[in-house]
Design a binder for this molecule. Sequence first.
Ligand code: SF4
Ligand code: SF4
Ligand code: SF4
Length: 920
Amino acid sequence: MTSVALIIEGREVRAEAGSTVLEAARGAGLYVPTMCSHSSVHSHGTCRLCIVAIEGMAGYPTSCDTEVEPGMVVRLNPPEVQQLRRSILESVIADTQHPRTCLECHRRARCSPFMACTRFGAVWDGNKCLFCHKNQRCELQHAATVIKVQPMTDSPYNYPGLEVQPGGPLFERDYNLCIVCGRCVRVCEEVRGRTALAFTYRNGRPAVDSRLGLPMEQTDCEFCGACVDACPTGALMEKHHKRGLASGTVTSTCPYCGVGCQLRLEYREGELLRTFPDPDGPANRGQACVKGRFGITQMVHHPDRLTTPLIRDNGHLRPATWEEALDRVASRLKGYQGREVGVMGSPKATNEAGYLLQKWTRSVLGSGNLDQSERQCHTSSLNGLMQSTGSGAMTTSIADIGRASVILVAGSNLRAAHPVIGLQVVGAARRGAKVILINPRYTDLNSYADTWLRPRPGTDVALLMGLARAIVDADLWDHTFVDDRCDGFEQFRDSLSAFPLEEVDRLTGVPRSDMEAAARTLATAGPAAILFSSGITQSSHGTDSVLALANLALLTGNIGKDGAGLCPLRGHNNSQGASDMGLLPDFLPGYSPVADEGARSRFEAAWGTPVPPTGLDSAGMVEAAARGDLKSLFVMGENPAMTLADSDRVRQALGKLEFLVVQDMFLTETARMASVVLPACSSAEGEGTFTNTERRVQLVRRAISPAGASRPDWLIVSQLARRMGGQGFDHQHPAQVWDEVAGLVPDYVGISHRRLEDGGLQWPCPSAAHPGISSLHTDAFLRGKAQFTRLEYRPPAEPPDAEYPLVLTTECSLFQFQTGSMTRKVEGLEGLRGEEAVEINLVDAQGLGIGDGDWVRVSSSRGSVEVRARVTGASPPGMVSMTHHFAEVPTNSITCPALDPVSGVAEFKATAVKIEKAHA
Ligand code: SF4
Ligand code: SF4
Ligand code: SF4
């Protein structure tokens, strides 16, 4: 990017060519008042408040849409400009009837909502204060002060008198304070791709409102809060942020999904006040979703937080001291041999906690039985990508997705599961990128899709091989890339003979012509990013599906160049990190195979203890518990009683354990079964790092003190390890734990907490001066040449039959997260989606006599759940869908436990079920 030198306010300023005068001024730390302009939307200079004087230009151009030019001389605040701005702002205030009280109040810097007003009290009806809670953050107030808007001499309290409107359960719309700048409408439309807000007229004046004046829940609002963040006044405000000003702010990483949004956490006197997206967050650039924006503060301060250890005596959990609880756990665990103990860690916990947990398991408990719930999501990605490229991680970065010319999204309800990555796709589509969706269900992204391939559930491998066949048949494959950089192409091409397109059409239900059109787009329309998620990976053939996607990327040369790559979208905030840290039975930290003697001996030398060469994964541990071979289980931040398939059987197995320990923030369904419960901190109360889905290691910073006696995960594990005689658990801070990891894993050598203070780094980062690698495999694959894989089609493990004629798939709601242990503590999220529903196609519903909202019984060969029906066109006939967020309706008690033979992921996406009306 070339830069341009110009003079602003008498000093030389450098700015990127193509940027605006406003951006150049702001980049130099200079203030220019604006109302309609906002960094996230396109400028169009309507409010005219940002006018400046530019030598040689007639009049006063708006700086927000005037591009910088070399040698330009700009004056920001000459008297005539200030006078014009004053008139503009006066008329904005007059036209919109914005109450002037806050613009003129001398106390505003010290005011609080509960303080009696000394200046305007008489006109506030004695009891109704219009204090908008935006005091000192209001851009209008600030601009009026700088521009010196004159105090009014007539009645100061003239406002429209409108009722405050709800913005759903999470924010409020007080259009008395609206200056009709339009930022909210534009950010909603331009950035979020929604149409929830619109310009309108109110009492004959221009105004904004929800689309058609509907309640926000009846619009397509996703409650992301972007409009609230863009609003310059107090017109749009968080409902639960009316507690005055913060005393401090830290930037940290969202504790929910794997996007890794950077959030600013505002706090005061031990209370987390609000969270909002960091404009500089590399993955989110000032955006977040409803969970990161509104789903943290109430959860962190919820009265159900565990604040003291609990010990089960006489069948009941009772409060205990840390001494007693740690002693109990250490002494009981010491009584078991390694193979009798298992550990389930968490992709929600920090890297440092994950590293120490696996070190403790292997070096102190002497067990190789070690896993985490990433097993149930993306171990098929890990295995498939490792086999084809040599690395199991996303090959590119989130920002790069937005530069793709083609985006293939396979098996992902992207705007619900990874909403901020969804924005990259929306933005790219608007710039002309082609979007191809592969999903049996209609999703929120369909309105941006050029092509929607709707395969029958469980037929992904056939469809993906069919696409490869269409590319090869039309000779559209990238000969140079394949010849130079890949192995196994000839054998792979031979294997495509098993996928004639007419046969794939019959099997998958996807018309041959659609396959051929999608194949042509993928191969010829420019760099392609291939995104995939649990719809691909959570299957008994998940690894094959990932390999099939990798085959497509290799065939079209879409790895290692700008705007192209393979992107497994991981579900939890630290799914990537939990695997990176070796919380897997088959890999040590940094993916050193545990079966490899050389790798083991390196860690044995570092830790001073033997490392078990084998171990059980989570399904294996459940089986061993059911047999009585596994006698004790330590669970950190996980809820296997809800997350694993065939969960009733899982609970029975857990019930056979002699000693179950759960370390968590809340008394989860698994914790209720525990012998000892250890209270853990939230991420807002702890420190460490998370690694997002693009391999970016980012800091978790502490905003407030731990709730009650809760402790950080890493510290609890260290304390337990020391109590059991473990050596090498003396770290005083997570930064020291990270340094130990970086000393053992070459990919992290250049990463330290100190460096991360300046922003996250993507691994591999081989030296302290290295910026981290955004795009993998640019010159060579980690395994040398990439490997094509021959694949065969295998039908789903549990095809529908006469008794169970429907296929149940599981997916997630935008408004809840995993088993709901965190998000269900947030009133607003509960208000938006607080109960389970089974989505069923109208054709099936009519055939079964089921109406929208009816109670139905969904049964598989493992059992039944009762739930309300939601009749929808999202599922095709023959397919129904549920989430797994609600303990009242334990969906996983009926899901199919058949495992992918390579990754051990269960068949969550294709369970044969029947549905009947309940409560007839
Ligand atoms: S919350 Fe988000 S989706 Fe809803 S109106 Fe505001 S910007 Fe639009
Ligand atoms: S609600 Fe806020 S952002 Fe929207 S038009 Fe009014 S002042 Fe501007
Ligand atoms: S849940 Fe995911 S998309 Fe939403 S704010 Fe957090 S990291 Fe971002």
